[in-house]
Design a binder for this molecule. Structure first.
Ligand SMILES: Cc1cc2nc3c(=O)[nH]c(=O)nc-3n(C[C@H](O)[C@H](O)[C@H](O)COP(=O)(O)OP(=O)(O)OC[C@H]3O[C@@H](n4cnc5c(N)ncnc54)[C@H](O)[C@@H]3O)c2cc1C
Length: 461
């Protein structure tokens, strides 16, 4: 039994957003623009979540698939055009981020050359996100880790561990944008993790290789088209290096992306299976394994792959990238069928187009299942409302869905969109003096449209 301890009240606010990743940024902006007083609290000393802390690049496409056949991106390193390039279905805060980052020369616009993904500079995104919050009047506290709630079943305050001792932020509505559903779990909300046997998608430590001669590499890819499909490739070289004992990876290929810098690539090829992102012992093991894998891959690239002879590993993520943990069960559970059949809901608050994309939880290979050309699925507000808990919304990768659905909506644009919607709902809840569940959906949709979101169904603002 731990002894009781005193905590300071650091702030009292209308809306508290826990987590400063893509969903938390969307949530804070949505709530502030709906007129609420907002405090955002983040465990690291910077914003961006996986996009900065785990160096997850590029931001995935939020365009529908186009019915034309795939064609290769000209730079070789950029993703192939998988046939996306139809309609952009996520706007609002997402468009603001992309447009602002492109204008600041910190991101490339989505187009055929980038496979409609958005390569961006993670360092630039840290300050860009801070500026967005400052301009919207959001207050924030960094270096504070949420460890508990004051009142389960309807949290009116969240406890944070900090260098200044425990701090409490009291709020009328809390948004859990921790990715892991930490606050929802502490408040007693039901959740699921992983597929039926409990295994989750693997973790990957991403890293940046710099001083790459991308033209040399692109020439190699052009001469060996069978060795490179989309962003995946180098099967033969990986096999040779594995047989020579130089590589020991539970994957058969290398996954790399061009970035905004001409001599840099982002490598997404470490893979640690059978580890859980809410288990500190598993996280420790994953860091050790993935750092050793990263070192091996960098050596492999330098010694065997054209264009990499003078390249070096410049930076790994602050932490290993965690693809999935808790899915907080809400008033509706989005399914894989909903994603693939482009389901529509009266209480739509966000849309997604990204395929079902499951990196094998036990070893090699991935499952990729596309939506039909031109199609987008809708996410209902009920997925953001945890069962049995009031005054709490979830946003981003911990919203309510099945294992399969999660593998689609986990990507950055959709996380920003569900964050935006959670923020707007929380903001309206405080101004109407209602619980989030009781806010009329028409009001939420009208405010989202007023703030530039795209719900497609012609809801008039
Ligand atoms: C290896 C990997 C590759 C990926 N590839 C891509 C890709 O190419 N393109 C793409 O678009 N998406 C990709 N994704 C998915 C995408 O990065 C994430 O799912 C997305 O960042 C989800 O946003 P989020 O805000 O919900 O969660 P996160 O990005 O995880 O943000 C959560 C935030 O909450 C903070 N936090 C967590 N717990 C606490 C706590 N208890 N107290 C305080 N703060 C807390 C974290 O520090 C973080 O800032 C990838 C993910 C991984 C791991």
């Amino acid at each position: 039994m731990l002894p009781p301890r005193q905590a300071q009240v650091a702030a009292e606010t209308e809306v508290l957003v826990v987590g400063g990743g893509p969903a938390g940024i969307g949530a804070a902006l949505g709530a502030a623009r709906a007129g609420a007083q907002v405090v955002l609290v983040e465990r690291y000393g910077f914003l961006g979540g996986n996009a900065t802390a785990a160096l997850v690049m590029p931001w995935m496409s939020a365009h529908t698939r186009h019915p034309r056949p795939p064609r290769p991106g000209e730079l070789g390193l950029m993703p192939q055009d998988h046939g996306v390039g139809g309609d952009l279905v996520v706007r609002g805060v997402w468009s603001e981020i992309i447009d602002g980052m492109v204008q600041a020369a910190a991101a490339l616009p989505p187009g055929p050359e980038t496979g409609y993904t958005v390569p961006f500079d993670p360092e630039a995104f840290k300050t860009f996100a801070l500026d967005l919050l400052d301009q919207s009047g959001v207050t924030y506290l960094l270096h504070a880790f949420a460890s508990g709630v004051l009142e389960p079943a309807g949290p009116d305050g969240v406890v944070f561990e900090t260098k200044s001792g425990p701090q409490v932020v009291r709020a009328q509505v809390v948004i859990d944008a921790t990715g892991d559903g930490d606050v929802a779990a502490a408040a007693g909300a039901p959740y699921e993790i992983g597929r039926e046997d409990g295994l989750t998608q693997p973790m990957s430590l991403m890293f940046r290789m710099v001083d790459v001669e991308r033209r040399l590499f692109a020439d190699y890819v052009r001469r060996h088209p069978d060795q490179w499909r989309g962003v995946h490739g180098l099967w033969d070289l990986v096999q040779k290096a594995s047989e020579a004992g130089e590589l020991d990876l539970p994957r058969e290929d290398i996954l790399m992306f061009g970035t905004t810098h001409p001599s840099e690539v982002a490598v997404n090829s470490t893979r640690v299976t059978r580890v859980l992102g809410v288990d500190v012992f598993d996280l420790t093991r994953a860091e050790v394994i993935s750092h050793r894998q990263a070192r091996q891959i960098a050596e492999f690239l330098r010694s065997r792959v054209p264009g990499f002879a003078d390249a070096y590993l410049a930076q790994t993520g602050v932490g290993v990238g965690v693809r999935e943990t808790r899915r907080v069960l809400g008033d509706y559970v989005l399914t894989g069928d909903d994603v693939l059949s482009a389901a529509a809901f009266d209480d739509v608050i966000a849309r997604g187009t990204y395929p079902i994309d499951i990196h094998n939880p036990t070893g090699r290979g991935s499952t990729l299942r596309d939506l039909p050309p031109g199609a987008a699925y809708e996410i209902p507000l009920r997925c953001l409302l945890p069962r049995g808990v009031d005054r709490l919304l979830v946003a981003g990768r911990c919203i309510s869905g099945t294992y399969e659905a999660h593998s689609s909506y986990r990507v950055t644009p959709t996380a920003v969109a569900t964050g935006h919607a959670a923020g707007v709902t929380a903001g309206l809840a405080t101004s109407h003096q209602l619980l989030p569940r009781a806010v009329p959906i028409a009001d939420v949709q009208a405010e989202l449209l007023r703030q530039g979101a795209d719900l497609h169904r012609g809801h008039a603002a």
